[in-house]
Design a protein around this ligand. Structure first.
Ligand code: MG
Length: 395
C-alpha cells in the first residue's frame, strides 16, 4: 500500500492521480490533498477520498471547504492548513510515503525540499521545480536517499527505457515533441495567433500555461532542462524530435547505437500510475495501443527559426544555473501577458531572450541556495514585466 499526498489536486494531473487512486484502492491510500482555489472540486475530492490532511490557498477558501463538507468527511481530517505552509504540512505528514507534486509554477518549491528532507519519494509532474532548482533538488535527494520519479510523460518514458541499465551505457536521450498546434504555420501567421488558438492542443489535454508552452515549444525546452537534472546528462546528450502523433513518448540511445523507445496511449494516468507503483506494475483497464490502427508515425527536426524558445532553453542550460531560472520566470510572465492579450505570440521568445541577457549582464551565474534562486526569479520577473509594459507603450 502506498500512502500518497497530492499537491495541486484539483488541476489536470491531480484529478488524473485521484482517478488512479480510485481504480487501485488496494494499492493507494490518499493521505493528503492540497489545492489552490477550486473549493467546489476540492470538496468533492475530500468527500470521495477522505484524506487526513488538507490545504487550500487561503483561510477563506478553507472555511468554505469546511462549510461544504459532510460531517463524516470533516471528522476524518486531522489537520487543515493554508498557503505555502499548508503545502509543506501536506507534503511532510508522517503517514505519507510518496508526494506527487502537480502544482503549477513555483509555489511548491519549499514543500518539495521539505518532503525530500522528510524522506518521502517524490513523483514530479511540475517541471518548474527542476528547471529552477534542479541541482539543489537532485543533491538533496542523493543526500537523503530519496527517489525522484518523473511523471512528465517524456521523462517517464526515459525512466522506463533506462530501468535496470547502467548510466555508462547511455549515449543520448531523445525527447519527442508533438510540435503543438502551429507546427506548420508560417512565421507571418504566427504573429496573429490568439490565446484561443494556442489553447487547443492536438494530442494532450492539459492546463492553460503548459498548452501555450507546447505551442511555443518552450514546454520541450523546459523538458530538456528537466532531463539534464533527472538523468545526469549534458545538454549535448539531449535531442528533440518532432512526432505529431505522440505515440512514441521518448527514447534513449545506448553506446552501441541501439535505441529503446517507450510507446503508449496518450493518457497521463499511465505515468502517474507508474510512479505510484514503481518498481512494481499494476493493471490498467485501458485499451491497448494498437499500432496497426495508429496510422503513419512521423518524425522530423524541430524548426528553431519559427520556434526559438527551444534554442533559448539550450542556451540557458549551457550558461549556468541562473539562466534556466530566468528562462522559466520570463516565460511565465510572457505567457501570462499573451493570455491577457497584452503580448503577441511571437514576442514571447523576445521577452525571454532579453531576460536571459539581463541576468548574464548582471553576472549572475552559480546558485547555491534557494534564496539565490528566488532572487534571480524575482529579478527576471520584474525585468520581463517592465519590458512588456515598455513594448505596450510603444504601440
Ligand atoms: Mg511532457
Amino acid at each position: 500500500m502506498t500512502s500518497v499526498a497530492i499537491l495541486g489536486s484539483t488541476g489536470s494531473i491531480g484529478c488524473s492521480a485521484l482517478a488512479v487512486a480510485l481504480s487501485h484502492p488496494e494499492n493507494v491510500r490518499v493521505v493528503g490533498l492540497a489545492a489552490g482555489t477550486n473549493a467546489t472540486r476540492f470538496i468533492e475530492q475530500v468527500e470521495c477520498h477522505r484524506p487526513q490532511v488538507v490545504s487550500m490557498a487561503s483561510d477563506a477558501l478553507l472555511a468554505s471547504v469546511h462549510a461544504g463538507l459532510s460531517a463524516s468527511a470533516r471528522d476524518s481530517i486531522d489537520r487543515s492548513l493554508t498557503g505555502t505552509d499548508g503545502l509543506l504540512g501536506v507534503a511532510t505528514h508522517p503517514d505519507v510515503d510518496l508526494v506527487l507534486c502537480a502544482t503549477t509554477g513555483t509555489t511548491a518549491l519549499e514543500a518539495v525540499f521539505a518532503a525530500i528532507e522528510a524522506g518521502k519519494t517524490i513523483a514530479l509532474a511540475n517541471k518548474e521545480v527542476l528547471v529552477m532548482a534542479g541541482g539543489l533538488v537532485m543533491e538533496a535527494a542523493r543526500r537523503c536517499g530519496v527517489s525522484i520519479l518523473p511523471v512528465d510523460s517524456e521523462h517517464n518514458a526515459i525512466h522506463q527505457c533506462l530501468h535496470g541499465r547502467s548510466a555508462d551505457h547511455l549515449r543520448r536521450l531523445i525527447l519527442t515533441a508533438s510540435g503543438g498546434p502551429f507546427r506548420e504555420w508560417s512565421f507571418e501567421r504566427l504573429r496573429g495567433v490568439t490565446p484561443a488558438e494556442a489553447l487547443v492542443h492536438p494530442t494532450w489535454q492539459m492546463g492553460r500555461k503548459i498548452t501555450v508552452d507546447s505551442a511555443t515549444l518552450m514546454n520541450k525546452g523546459l523538458e530538456v532542462v528537466e532531463a539534464k537534472w533527472l538523468f545526469g546528462v549534458t545538454a549535448e546528450q539531449i535531442d528533440v524530435v518532432v512526432h505529431p502523433q505522440s505515440v512514441v513518448h521518448s527514447l534513449v540511445e545506448l553506446l552501441d547505437g541501439s535505441q529503446i523507445a517507450q510507446l503508449g496511449v496518450t493518457d497521463m494516468r499511465l505515468p502517474i500510475q507508474y510512479a505510484f507503483s514503481y518498481p512494481d506494475r499494476w493493471e490498467t483497464g485501458f485499451q491497448s495501443l494498437d499500432l496497426a490502427d495508429s496510422g503513419p508515425l512521423e518524425f522530423s527536426r524541430p524548426d528553431v527559426g519559427r520556434f526559438p524558445c527551444l534554442e533559448l532553453a539550450y542556451q540557458a542550460l549551457r550558461g549556468g544555473a541562473a539562466l534556466p531560472v530566468a528562462l522559466n520566470a520570463a516565460n511565465e510572465v510572457a505567457v501570462e501577458a499573451f493570455l491577457a492579450e497584452t503580448l503577441p505570440f511571437t514576442m514571447i521568445s523576445e521577452v525571454i531572450s532579453n531576460a536571459l541577457e539581463d541576468v548574464q549582464t548582471a553576472g549572475l551565474g552559480h546558485l547555491s541556495t534557494l534564496a539565490e534562486v528566488k532572487h534571480v526569479d524575482r529579478r527576471a520577473r520584474q525585468y520581463s514585466r517592465g519590458l512588456i509594459a515598455e513594448l505596450q507603450s510603444d504601440k
